[in-house]
Design a protein around this ligand. Sequence first.
Ligand code: ADP
Length: 240
Amino acid sequence: MSPGRLVLEAKGLHRDYGSVVAVDALDLSMSEGEFLTIVGPNGAGKSTLLSMLSGAMRPTTGSVSVCGEELDFARHEWRHRIGMLSHKGFLYDRMTVEENLNFYGKLFGIADLKDRIASRLRRVGLSERARSEVRKLSHGMRQRASLARALLHDPDLVLLDEPYSGLDPAAALVLRDVLEELKDGRRTVVMVTHNLREGLEMATRIAIQVGGRFEWEGSLKGARWEDFESHYHCVVEGRV
Ligand code: ADP
C-alpha cells in the first residue's frame, strides 16, 4: 500500500518549563490512515506533546504543520482540521450537551448541524442526556460528550489524551468501536494512553516516550500485549 498524504509534521518540537525539559527536540511525521499510540510513565511529556500538536500550547522551539499548513498562533483556520480530547474537555458546564455541540458546530460552520449532533450523540451513547447540563453528568458521560465534541467537525487529525480514563467497561467498549471507526484510512490519530492493551490493539505505530523523547518507536502488529508489556518495562527502565 502506498503511503497516504502527509498529515502531521513536527520538527524539533521542544518545550521547557523553567529548568524542566518536558518535550525534548522531538520529530514526528504521520500520514493519512496512521494510528500512533504513545505510552510512557507520568511526567514523560506526553500531554505537553499533544497540547503542542493541537495548537493549544506554543512550543519553546520547533514547529508543527497539519496538512502542510504550519500552526500559526495568530490565525485559526487550521483548527477545523484538528479534534482534541483531553482531560480539559472543552465543554461549558452550565450549558447542556446539545448546546455545547451546537456552539462548537456553529464555530466550525457545519451545515447539517442538527443531524450531525444527533448522530454523534447516538454514536457515543449519550442521546438520552442531550438536554442535561454538563455539570450534572458523571465523569464517564462527560468524557463521551467531549469525544462527540472532538469528532463533531470530522477532523483530519484526532488527538486523544487518556480517552479511557474514568470509563466503565461498557463505555470503554463504545470508545473502542468509535476508535476503530476512525481507522477509515482517511484519518490520522495520535492517542496517549496508560492502557497498554487497548493502545497496542488500536495502533499501526507505537512510541514509548520517556523523559521528553521517543525512546522506542515501531510497529507491533500481531504482538501479544503481555510481550509488549515486558518490552515497555524494559524501555522505561533503560534495559534496552
Ligand atoms: P505526562 O503527560 O507524560 O504525564 P506532562 O506533559 O504532563 O507529562 O509533564 C511533563 C513534565 O513537565 C513533568 O515533569 C511536569 O511536571 C512538567 N510540567 C507539566 N506542566 C507543567 C507546568 N504547567 N508548569 C511546570 N511544569 C510542568
